[in-house]
Write a protein that binds this ligand. Structure first.
Ligand code: PMP
Ligand code: GLN
Length: 382
């Protein structure tokens, strides 16, 4: 977890947010919204604080939130989970990922993920003492090659960690890819861990939770978070659902990581999960139109744009602008155009970086006027 010079290295998101703060550039690097989400969710948190919901909540999460998570899984996906035994509330999706990997991965075990991957995956696999095996998703479609996916599994595979909709490519993994993952997990007796934090933020391709595929639910830990759906990334309320024995094992780790978290935010997230379907569709539509605004602007500025199916981010190739190295490009971008992005090389293993060298990730979870201003500034590059 140390940088190349042996000192603790900040994450690329912290690094690029600091660059934006230092230069006054528009921060399209770190993925967090600059507007509040549904008022009903915010009001419920304020009410909970005023009503004295300010002490340690129950270890697995408040019964109200666990019930709302179970209702959510049944309502949106037809997945039946027992709120008392098969749901765990965590400090964001990050803690759910950490507790799950620490619970199941032993030194020498292999964890398969697609690549690029969210930066925490590589770090958490190392913290657990595991070996990270990656399957590339390459431009322009960012779908895995089936033979490469099959070859990534072995008798040492303990976990396959899937992320859909995918950060940073925005790909919603199709059912056929997920079915191959389930087949391989069964064949090698691996646990499926699925990070679905962008589950409600899809544009036209519907999100398929891998736990809904035949044979998957009994070996799948499904992870999500309120941060993205309700624009409350700072609340750090996440959750996971899995069979009771899997949840037991993960609780045994969570109880010593954070013990519990976010008491007054838990009823607020429960209120959010129970909002009418139209609210969720509205959130996705709003983000979809922001994505159009930024993607069109990037194309006009001369980038090759790789359109996402969902999530917060769009990838842009800098080669048409004469740049081969996106990290170098990102470090110069605040001075050149007053905008910050994140190089996709930060989401891959250093030895695999060449394949992603010219790609930049830009976040569009920002106000329309902010995106319009960023697009104006980027036009200067053309
Ligand atoms: N997984 C993915 C794919 C993410 O993009 C993020 C962060 N934004 C997280 C997990 C972390 O979620 P949380 O803030 O709920 O810990
Ligand atoms: N998930 C957010 C992103 O991908 C950042 C979260 C973080 O800074 N760790 O930008």
């Amino acid at each position: 977890l140390l940088g190349p010079d042996g000192v603790p290295a900040p994450t690329v998101f912290a690094e690029m947010s600091a660059l934006a703060a230092a230069t006054g550039a528009i921060n399209l690097g770190q993925g967090f919204p600059d507007e509040d989400g549904p008022a009903a969710v915010l009001d419920a948190a304020v009410d909970a604080i005023r009503q004295g919901v300010n002490q340690y909540p129950p270890g697995r999460g408040t019964p109200e939130l666990r019930a709302a998570i179970a209702e959510h899984q049944a309502h949106w996906y037809g997945l039946e989970v027992d709120p008392d035994r098969e749901v765990l509330v965590t400090a964001g999706a990050t803690e759910a990922l950490a507790a799950t990997l620490l619970a199941f991965v032993e030194p020498g075990d292999e964890v398969v993920t697609f690549e690029p991957f969210y930066d925490a995956y590589g770090a958490l696999v190392r913290l657990a003492g595991g070996t990270h095996v990656t399957v590339p998703l390459t431009a322009p479609d960012f779908l895995p090659d089936e033979a490469t996916l099959r070859a990534a599994f072995s008798d040492r595979t303990r976990v396959v960690l899937v992320n859909t909709p995918h950060n940073p490519t925005g790909r919603v993994l199709p059912r056929e890819v997920l079915a191959t993952v389930v087949e391989l997990a069964e064949q090698y007796d691996a646990l499926i861990v699925t990070d679905e934090v962008y589950e409600h933020l899809t544009f036209t391709t519907p999100h398929v939770p891998i736990a809904t595929l035949p044979g998957a639910a009994e070996r799948t830990v499904t992870i999500s978070s309120a941060g993205k759906t309700f624009s409350t990334t700072g609340w750090k309320i996440g959750w996971l659902t899995a069979t009771a024995p899997l949840v037991e094992a993960i609780v045994s780790v969570k109880q010593y990581l954070t013990f519990v978290n976010g008491a007054p935010f838990q009823p607020a997230v429960a209120a959010g999960l129970r909002l009418p379907d139209e609210v969720f569709h509205g959130i996705a539509q709003d983000l979809s139109s922001k994505h159009e605004l930024l993607a069109d602007g990037l194309r006009s500025a001369g980038f090759d744009v790789l359109r996402p199916d969902g999530g917060y981010f769009v990838l842009a190739d800098t080669r048409p602008l004469g740049h081969e190295d996106a990290r170098d490009f990102c470090l110069r971008l605040p001075a050149a155009a007053g905008v910050v992005g994140v190089p996709v090389s930060a989401f891959v293993r250093p030895d695999h970086a060449p394949g992603y060298r010219s790609l930049v990730r830009f976040a569009f979870c920002k106000r329309r006027d902010v995106l319009a201003e960023a697009v104006n500034r980027l036009a200067a590059l053309a």
